[in-house]
Write a protein that binds this ligand. Structure first.
Ligand code: FES
Length: 198
């Protein structure tokens, strides 16, 4: 009669077969435990990774934040004869992960009528393609040197002009201290609607 020998499963009987099954079960349990440990370890790292990613992308989100009122001039510096005058807009700028303190980010034309504290603000950025609009005092109009768009002193289009819309008017307020503040916003170029640039 042949005797069971070696690791031949077919040859295992009785206690030998039971031991073999027990060993197989243990190795499967070990494997399952290892898989679970790896999965749990991976899950445990998710919150700190997500938090790190959020902090890393935070400057990108902030650069698209809401516009703020910036102080651009003293009321007394704006002639009260209706003629616009140009003022730089100075702001702290955040460009993705780099901050730039107090530097020019654009310009506005401010005007007011005689004796008035009401100020009108027009962005100096051309709505056509974003060039800088000049004030031509001789011809009493605004002109963009890039493609010759012309605008009235109130910012309306003088046709023919390639600009699809009038100059962009900005919200403006005068503080009790006489400081003129402008809500600095940029708008999408090349479109007829005045759409805030996101
Ligand atoms: S950018 Fe001003 S006319 Fe084209």
């Amino acid at each position: 009669m042949a005797r069971p020998h070696g690791n031949d499963p077919a040859a295992l009987t009785g206690h030998g077969a039971a031991n073999h099954r027990a060993a197989g079960g243990e190795s499967r349990r070990d494997l399952l435990a290892k898989v679970l440990a790896v999965a749990c370890g991976g899950l445990a790292t998710l919150p700190p990774v997500a938090a790190g990613l959020w902090a890393f992308l935070d400057p990108l989100r902030r650069t698209r934040g809401a516009a703020s009122f910036l102080s651009v001039a003293d009321l007394a510096a704006i002639p009260d004869d209706g003629m616009p005058r140009q003022f730089p807009v100075i702001a702290d700028r955040v460009d993705a992960w780099t901050g730039f303190a107090a530097e020019p980010v654009g310009a506005v034309y401010l005007s007011r009528e005689k004796g008035s504290r009401e100020v009108r603000a027009l962005s100096a950025t051309c709505p056509h393609a974003g060039c800088f609009i000049d004030l031509e005092k001789a011809t009493q109009c605004f002109r963009c040197p890039c493609h010759n768009s012309s605008f009235t002193l109130e910012g309306g289009i003088v046709n023919p002009s390639p600009s699809p819309r009038a100059m962009d008017e900005l919200e403006c307020r005068v503080g009790a201290n006489g400081q003129v503040e402008v809500k600095w916003q940029k708008f999408r170029a090349g479109v007829a609607e005045k759409v805030v640039q996101g």
